[in-house]
Design a protein. Sequence first.
Length: 172
Amino acid sequence: MNRITGHLTPYLDLGKQRWQQFNQREQSLLAVLAGVLFIAFLYFVIWQPSSQAVANAERQLAAQQQQYQWVQQAIARYKKLEESSSEQQSASGSVSQRINRAAAAQDIQIARLQPQGQEYLLSVDEVAFSDLLSFLAELEQRQGLSLKAVDIAKLNTPGQVRLRKLLVSEAS
C-alpha cells in the first residue's frame, strides 16, 4: 500500500497545487463538470448496460414463451391425432353400420349400399362436393375403412356431384 501511495503522492500534490491556482468561479465550474462526468459515468457504465441486459432477457423470455406455446400446440395436435387414431381403432359395428354412421354425420342420403364379398358398393344420387370429401375422410380416418375405388360425376348444379360408385372395405 505504501508503494502505491508513494507513487501517487507527487500527482496528488500537483493536483492540489493546480486546484488552488484556480479562482473560486473556475473551481465551482470544475466541480459541476466533475458531477456531470460522474453522472455520465454512472449512466454509460452502469445504467445503460444493465438496461440492455434487462431488454435482452425480456426478448429471450418472449422467445421462450413463444416456443413454449408452440410446444403446447404441438402437444394438443398430437393428442388430437392420438384420439382420432384411437377412435379409428375403436370404430365399432359392421362395415355397413359405420358407412351409415358416417353418411348420417355428413347428412348424406345413400341411394344404394350393396355388399360384395368383403367389400361394400355404395352410391349417392346428389351431394355437395365438400360434403362428399368430408364423408370420405370420415370413412377413412374415424371409421377405420379403406376406400378401394371412387367414381364421381359432375351435375349441372354448381358444387353438386353424383357418387356413382364407392367401393369400401375394412382397413387391414
